[in-house]
Write a protein that binds this ligand. Sequence first.
Ligand SMILES: [Zn+2]
Ligand SMILES: [Zn+2]
Length: 270
Amino acid sequence: MGALFDLHVHTVKGSGDSSLLPAELLVEAKRRGLRGVCLTEHSGWRDAEGLRRFAAQADLIVVPALEIETAMGHILVFGIKGYPEGAADVRRLRKVVSKAGGYMVAAHPFRNLFNPPPYNRSLLYPSPDGYPATPQEAATHPLFELVDALEVVNGANTGQENLFALEVAGLLDKGAVGGSDAHSRSGVGAGHTLFDGDVRNVQDFLEALHAGAFRPRVGTGLPLLADLGAVAAAIEGKNGVSRQAYDHSGAMPAPSTLKGRAPDHLPPWR
Ligand SMILES: [Zn+2]
Ligand SMILES: [Zn+2]
């Protein structure tokens, strides 16, 4: 029981870099057993009413949302109307979202962090010199005081990036969500979020977010997800997170203190 939502999807209707048509999205979402999808469009959602009508026929809950580029990386925003002015300033964005009763998620916060140079540019840290060596250090980033949740399963991230986010979310009193970040048909549902009980509409969805009644999940049955197996195991608590996952040849040294140990800080949803 429960309701599966993909919290992070881009379509051609509001994201110039997406090839995913709304009709394809609805077909894929149903096929993957999703109850709903969040359209986290880069440039806002156009013709939202038309899409809602379409979704109603397909018996799927479509949540209008945004993915906003800010000075502290990408943020998924739920529960506001229109595209807020001055949103690049996260503190300002926080005020707008709080006033509207909305919800903010730090999207793929540690993307690229473990890549070798020059592919290791992070949106959260200006220079690799300042990259956090441990999840504890990463948890002190000012962004995390300003959001309600962290995206710990992102279908376009590496398993390592997601594991690190999972670990950081476990240290913070924040929600932890999953989404696919799909920009095409193939990625839909790669990451998703399981809500307790039923979610009947957008209002229910927002209330469930605020209630924290959810947990992140890794999608199954998609070939691109082999790398996320360790993330799924960590979420399910079946195995300790393999600290070997943090070994890498990139700019960031592996936090040796964590090697070979189960997580010290269990995520709050366990
Ligand atoms: Zn993004
Ligand atoms: Zn995205």
